[in-house]
Design a protein around this ligand. Structure first.
Ligand SMILES: Cc1cc2nc3c(=O)[nH]c(=O)nc-3n(C[C@H](O)[C@H](O)[C@H](O)COP(=O)(O)OP(=O)(O)OC[C@H]3O[C@@H](n4cnc5c(N)ncnc54)[C@H](O)[C@@H]3O)c2cc1C
Length: 287
């Protein structure tokens, strides 16, 4: 048994686990992939204090991981497949068995929204993460989406590839990302373009589009989807059922970061949520 189980090793979960450990609460952090969460996707993080020239998501996450290691936070590289409460303790289920915990933090972030139109990400030609493409060179990548993530992906890939950003409407991204994309010789922009069909053949994707009423076909080596994300709250729909509200009231359960932050999904907010939860847990224990 442990005192605190933190589920999710993005900025929210890492901050919660770090602060709990510093408070003397025996803590384990569960992460199914590498530490860092969604922030590992980010090209250039310019709004995280302490990095005047910005920092890549990859580098920032490496620093977070190092901090966790140096502070002695116990990280279990396991996926939590169930979360229950037996009336006294949380029961955390993984492929390795069950662990019991007095308190829990849920920091599971988001998952890509289903894109529809038969666009399921196969991680060969159609992707929903930039990471498998990040080391590739000389490709023509089509990025579908008009938000910050689509532009951040495009700018990252444009260092070694050509990129076309396809957006159904006018872009919703930060103006500074738009102007960087407009200024890049490797990035082309297709606004007001709706994808109507996708064909895959011989390592290529043919993307059929309608732009301002005119049909066209764009050939690309890969299609990267950036069409939105939704909360990864599957664990709340399991055995915990309707108990979560009363556990939150009792100060033993916390839900933090992007999984509950609606459109305000930023690393600093997630990290602050994690710290706030850890401080709440400390108070609840009378420490
Ligand atoms: C392209 C891009 C650029 C961005 N740029 C910026 C930026 O410049 N500045 C900024 O502040 N923010 C930026 N963000 C947003 C930022 O990445 C997120 O706000 C932040 O990562 C959210 O942290 P989180 O801990 O709440 O969730 P996440 O980072 O999503 O972490 C959740 C973690 O939980 C793990 N997990 C989920 N379920 C389970 C389970 N059942 N068992 C075990 N582990 C589980 C996941 O694997 C994941 O690692 C960017 C995002 C993207 C996509």
């Amino acid at each position: 048994m442990v005192e605190m189980a933190v589920i999710g090793g993005g900025p929210a979960g890492m901050a919660a686990a770090l602060q709990c450990s510093r408070s003397g609460i025996e803590t384990v952090l569960y992460e199914r992939q590498e530490l860092g969460g969604l922030l590992r996707e980010a090209n250039l993080v310019e709004n995280y204090l302490g990095f005047p020239g910005g920092v890549s998501g990859h580098e920032l996450c490496s620093l977070f991981s190092e901090q966790m290691r140096l502070q002695g936070v116990e990280v279990r590289r396991e996926e939590v497949v169930s979360l229950d409460h037996d009336g006294e303790l949380f029961v955390i289920g993984t492929a390795c068995g069950e662990e019991r915990a007095e308190m829990a933090v849920l920091a599971t972030g988001t998952v890509p929204s289903p894109p529809g139109q038969g666009l399921d990400a196969d991680q060969e030609l159609v992707f929903d993460s930039v990471i498998p493409l990040a080391e590739r060179e000389g490709l023509h990548v089509a990025v579908l989406g008009g938000g910050d993530a689509a532009y951040d992906y495009a700018l990252r890939l444009s260092a070694a590839n050509t990129v076309t950003i396809i957006s159904r409407s006018l872009p919703r991204c930060l103006p500074l990302l738009r102007s960087r994309a407009e200024g890049s010789p490797s990035v082309s922009l297709m606004d007001r373009s709706a994808l109507t069909a996708l064909r895959k053949a011989e390592g290529q994707v043919s993307i059929e589009l309608i732009t301002d009423g005119r049909p066209s076909v764009l050939e690309a080596d890969a299609l990267l989807l950036a069409v939105g994300r939704e909360p990864d709250d599957a664990l709340l729909r399991g055995g915990l059922g309707g108990l979560s509200e009363s556990l939150i009231k009792d100060g033993v359960f916390y839900i933090v970061g992007d999984v509950v932050n609606g459109p305000r999904r930023q690393a600093s907010i997630a990290a602050a949520d994690g710290i706030r939860a850890a401080m709440g847990a400390r108070e609840a224990r009378g420490l």
